[in-house]
Design a protein around this ligand. Structure first.
Ligand code: UT7
Length: 324
């Protein structure tokens, strides 16, 4: 018998305010046509005044618990992937703990920007496989609208707010790639790319939150290559390849990156979960949002082989192979 971290439930939450591309026209020199053609984005959600990352995360957490048929007290741990916490500390994860009424176990945040959910999944998997936790709620939650420079057309049209949550539970498998649960993880980072994507503020520099700065076309150049490599590396670890994949569930930054990666992996777009048109880039929330929406649409079914892959600030990137 082999221990596996198996999906028990999934859920998501999007703030009620929907912002169509047309809202940016007239504020910056852009157009709905440019945004759609270059990114695939049609709309995104922005959090209301006073609505925080932990609020979005707690809604997603409750939805995943309902989906799993479990109570907060059944959890051993919560990991939140976020780069837009409510406060410098305590962690968003402990705030979620309090909001859902969980006083047992432990909770902490992971910060790997857009790759955050993949890093958090790998951490949750390690906690389960090492016997430190049996049930882990892994959340990606962001309010990127709070760090956007609304005078910078090259970034403000790209991002949105939201949260998604995946509940993992220890289960027993046969030790083969036919098992349900997380089968392989592959993580990377290279800090020499720092200046391609960063926020120009922080606690120990300006003392203020700052604004997102990105050399988008430079990231674009890195993205397709690194995402394809990491997805293949994760699949290789369990002797699988693109033709075995039922669904790529990619980080949702740009439809052209998603299409380029799928093409290199020789996976047709019919087997890719795409939500970028409705959510924009929600950083660490984008993959769990896509998992939850993909299941709700009837795309992702039990037994399907999934590959998630993401890249973001750091640079940090990685992939997780799991059977739903
Ligand atoms: O999730 C974290 C990782 N981030 C990403 O994955 C983002 C990766 N990058 C991208 O998605 C794309 O690079 C962008 C969508 C950010 C930009 O698309 P692009 O095709 O790489 O365009 P570009 O940056 O090369 O800019 C082309 C032109 C420029 O004008 P000039 O210099 O050719 O006159 C930009 O100034 O498009 C201009 N431009 C815009 N025009 C209208 C940039 N933003 C806008 C805009 N509206 N919002």
């Amino acid at each position: 018998m082999t221990m596996r971290a198996v999906v028990k439930g999934v859920g998501h939450y999007l703030p009620t305010r929907v912002v169509p591309n047309s809202e940016f026209e007239g504020k910056v020199e852009t157009s709905d046509e440019w945004i759609r053609a270059r990114t695939g984005i049609e709309r995104r959600h922005f959090a209301a005044d006073g609505e925080t990352t932990s609020d979005l995360a707690a809604h997603a957490a409750r939805a995943a618990l309902v989906d799993a048929g479990l109570e907060p007290a059944d959890l051993d741990a919560i990991i939140v992937a976020t780069s837009t916490p409510d406060l410098t500390f305590p962690s968003v994860a402990t705030m979620v703990q309090a909001k859902i009424g969980m006083t047992n176990g432990f909770a902490f945040d992971v910060q790997a920007v857009c790759a955050g959910f993949v890093f958090a999944l790998a951490n949750a998997n390690a906690l389960i496989l090492s016997g430190q936790a049996r049930r882990v709620l892994v959340i990606g939650a962001e309010t990127f609208s709070r760090i956007l420079d609304f005078e910078d057309r090259s970034t403000c049209v790209l991002f949105g707010d939201g949260a998604g949550a995946l509940l993992l539970e220890a289960g027993e498998g046969q030790g083969t790639n036919a098992d349900r649960g997380i089968l392989a993880t592959d993580l990377h980072s290279d800090g020499s790319y720092r200046d391609l994507l960063y926020v120009d503020g922080g606690v120990s520099t300006t003392g203020a939150a700052g604004h997102l700065r990105m050399q988008g076309n430079q990231i674009f150049r890195q993205a397709v290559e690194k995402l394809t490599e990491t997805a293949h590396a994760a699949l290789d670890k369990v002797a699988l390849n693109g033709s075995d994949v039922d669904w790529i569930v990619p980080h949702q930054a740009n439809i052209r990156i998603i299409e380029g990666t799928a093409k290199r992996m020789q996976v047709p777009m019919e087997r890719v979960v795409v939500t970028v048109q409705d959510h924009g880039n929600t950083s660490a929330a984008s993959i769990p949002l896509a998992l939850s929406v993909g299941k709700a649409r009837g795309q992702i079914k039990q037994g399907d082989l999934l590959v998630t892959e993401a890249i973001g600030g750091g640079l940090a990137w990685g992939a997780v192979v799991l059977r739903w």
